[in-house]
Design a protein around this ligand. Sequence first.
Ligand code: NAD
Length: 503
Amino acid sequence: MDLEQAKKLGKKDWHKLASKIKPETRNFIDGKFVPAKKSRTFESINPVNGEVIAEVARSDASDVDAAVKSGRKAFKSGVWSRMAPRDRMDVLYRFANLIREHAVDFALLDVLNMGKPVSDMLNSDVPGSALTFQFMAECIDKIFGQVTATAASEFHYIVREPLGVVGCIVPWNYPLMMASWKIAPALATGNSVVLKPAEQSPLSANLMAKLFMEAGGPAGVLNVVHGFGEETGKPLALHLDVDKIAFTGSTEIGKLLMIYAGQSNMKRVTTECGGKTPQIIMGDANLDSAVNYAIAGIFGNQGEVCNAGSRLLVEKKVHDEFLDLFTKRAKTVFQPGDPFDPSTQMGPLVTKGQQKRVLDYINIGKKEGAKLCFGGGVPKGLEKGAYVQPTLFAGVKNDMRIAQEEIFGPVAAVLPFKNIEEAVEIANDSLYGLAASVWSKNIDTAHKAARDLQAGVVWVNCFDHGDMTMQWGGYKQSGQGRDKCFESMLLHTQTKSVWIHLE
Ligand code: NAD
């Protein structure tokens, strides 16, 4: 069933399909599914009801080593790394199409595993992931070398080559999509990949690996090892035969990976980490639109989004009107519910642990003196799941912990400001710099803010718009890689200068 047919399914259909699903839970190494060497497993839990979905391979350094060896063997053989660009493109185009054709399976796996609404999977995660592979495939034969000016007796050219084995370590908030953003540029440039999915959301990665082979991808090129950060991610990051770690996750772990690289083989590390995104709403903005985007920007994907618009900076003269509108409208949208109901916009958080973390932050906000406008608890009737109500704090000061720390849940903080200079100052007063937005009809205000905001992405009069050409990545401690764009392909290559003396 393809994407369009999947969009016609109802809640009952989804539950029926979910009751029958049997996810593949072993590691995928050298083109085969294999159990962890020590036969250990861990439970994969459905955050809606706490039930165990499956027992997943719990890998250690020996499994990681087998996956890296498989990747290296494939890389050295040239079966993928030296495949004609057009053939590699064809494999990735077929892979993109297979992802679309398996929209239902991917939706089932990621909804069961991390609780995101099924409509998000069909409207965003599945098409977005397929498009990622398509885009990277389109870029494959657009990477050129260079010939430089030399003396007549010399000839110098520069070629770009793949790195070798790339370890991709990903988070749980968009399991399919984050894995796609990481592995697509690595594969497109001819590298082998060892993917380590997040332990909270391991299930869709194996389907990706299976479909890659179906698309014509050679064995050993894409490997998957499941497990925990310390037991599986760390040995991958410390491995002496891994050439790069491409990471999306928290700033804390991103820093550790840079240390591991220094402790091992100086492998390249790119990191896409946390955020505390400010949205600046000026008094002259289209308030109607700004409010709608502000609501979606913090409550979409349960607020478990790296660029969630968690700091809403509102000019004093429209502050009360903004709060009123936001509060009224938020009651009718993004109400927590069954993620398999296609009309649900907000599911549970990923785990009970994440629920506790977010509820703890809500308590911190109250103790710090912020005003709780709505939400703040667990929704009635949904106590079994990891749900948290959409929550809004007003009267927030930027030095409060709820304004500085990444909560990673549906909690917004409203901060008033006097003028754009003050707004930019508040916005930049953060260790993060992933994204920011400014809402204003004044072209000077908008341009100056875009120039002065320290963020990898700045939106003007919108939020979360973009396409595959967007250079996705952070300033400051939000990381130092770039996802999605052509640049991300180059980050998976290295240059070689060839200097020839002509007799
Ligand atoms: P996390 O950092 O806890 O885990 C991410 C991955 O790292 C997981 O696979 C985990 O198992 C692994 N890991 C944990 N400890 C490790 C270690 N010692 N060595 C190697 N690997 C280890 O993050 P999370 O809780 O899964 O995801 C949420 C975070 O991801 C948030 O901070 C969010 O902002 C960030 N994120 C960023 C982007 C972006 O594009 N910038 C996108 C999505 C999520």
